[in-house]
Design a protein around this ligand. Structure first.
Ligand SMILES: [Zn+2]
Length: 161
């Protein structure tokens, strides 16, 4: 998933993701288990307990499925993801970034989870270098897990207060 800081519109703390990139990363088998909106809601409730807002609106940055504004600790989820049946992986992805913020509030950094990155995710993060590559790789890897919701909830418990 493309991650970049928007510098030209004064949205320095916003991490945005382009539409097509999210679609291509979703593992079909994972998607099937992620259709349940109850899973989305379960994660949403927990994320909000850790002080992040989850807003179901088109993100301020157009052309994105999900977005984390680290300054306001707000996760934007584009409602279209429900139609596309990628709502849960999208929220999981942004939640990983939220956890990365918990672990390193001044600047997002990879958590260093020691996970093997799925091959299918490579095209989405290999173009980046350094921390940025691993920030995205972690989010993709966690969202691709069959236990992605439980796994990211565990990360919240470990890193966030
Ligand atoms: Zn991302």
């Amino acid at each position: 998933m493309s991650l970049f800081k928007v510098r030209n519109k004064g949205l320095k703390n916003v991490f945005v993701h382009t539409l097509i990139m999210v679609l291509t990363i979703v593992n079909p088998s994972v998607t099937q288990t992620s259709l349940s909106s109850s899973e989305f809601e379960r994660l949403r409730q927990i994320v909000q307990k850790y002080g992040f807002s989850v807003i179901l609106k088109i993100p301020p940055q157009t052309g994105t499925y999900g977005m984390l504004d680290t300054k306001t600790r707000t996760i934007w989820i584009n409602p279209v993801v429900f139609e596309l049946r990628i709502a849960t992986p999208t929220l999981v992805h942004e939640t990983v970034h939220a956890v990365q913020q918990c672990a390193s509030p001044s600047q997002l950094k990879p958590l260093g989870l020691g996970l093997e990155y799925p091959k299918m995710a490579y095209p989405h993060f290999m173009r980046y270098t350094g921390d940025r590559r691993h920030i995205e790789a972690e989010a993709y890897t966690v969202q691709s897990r069959t236990d992605s919701v439980d796994y990211v909830i565990g990360l919240l418990a470990k890193y966030c207060r």
